[in-house]
Design a protein. Structure first.
Length: 235
């Protein structure tokens, strides 16, 4: 209660009489009405600006997302990596762009060839890289059926053919990804339009005749209060 009394006296300064006496009721009503009109106008302007500011924030966030997606696409184009696992056979692991022949040896697929020689106890895979390096991978016949070995080699051959096509178009994809990133970074049309709208609205509010009139009425009410009580109230 004491807080409310203190606040009321702050809003209507000059002592207990101006703050609470019926004698000053007309002046209090006039001051309160002027304050309400100015506040209502300011609140309306604030809501309008806030709505446009939220749209601007949304446009900026959408632009950042487009740029992020384009950046990720460029990174993937520049470094496609090994890709997901497509098949495995013993120590051999076939991925979209590589063939692992051991835990620490991963070969690029493009240009790679695989031949099979069947020995008395083992299948011998001769893996030749595009640069001519040759690797020998023995597979025990007791652990790997001949049909499974041939099926795996067929999958490697097909994957190597597809990867050769993929690698041949790599520079084109990188160029396209760079262009897409540049376009995403430069495409601020929607963002700029909303920013201009916010600027124009702020200017309109600053020059709003109704706002100026409400401010003028409050100034007059405050001045009248000062003339009556000797104290200038806060806005």
């Amino acid at each position: 209660m004491a807080v409310l009394v203190g606040w009321h006296r702050y809003r209507y300064p000059g002592g207990w009489g101006p703050a609470f006496s019926r004698t000053y009721s007309p002046q209090r009503r006039e001051l309160a009405r002027a304050r309400r009109h100015l506040t209502a106008r300011a609140v309306q302007a604030w809501f309008q600006r806030t709505a446009v500011q939220l749209r601007l924030n949304s446009a900026q966030a959408a632009h950042r997302r487009r740029v992020t997606v384009a950046e990720q696409a460029l990174r993937e184009a520049q470094n496609p990596g090994s890709g997901p696992v497509a098949a495995d056979l013993g120590t051999l692991v076939l991925r979209r762009h590589t063939l692992s022949i051991s835990e620490d040896e991963e070969l690029p697929l493009a240009g790679l060839t695989v031949r099979i020689h069947h020995g008395p106890k083992s299948h011998h895979l001769i893996v030749t890289e595009a640069d001519g390096d040759v690797h020998h991978v023995p597979l025990s016949q007791s652990e790997h059926e001949e049909n499974a070995v041939h099926a795996f080699v067929t999958r490697v051959t097909n994957a190597a053919r597809r990867d050769a096509v993929f690698q041949a178009c790599l520079e084109d994809r990188i160029t396209a990804a760079r262009a897409a990133l540049a376009e995403a970074e430069g495409d601020t049309t929607h963002e700029d339009a909303v920013r201009i709208e916010l600027h124009d609205m702020t200017q309109q509010h600053r020059l709003d005749p109704e706002q100026a009139a409400a401010l003028g009425r409050l100034k007059a009410a405050r001045q009248k209060w000062k003339e009556v009580t000797g104290r200038l109230p806060a806005r």
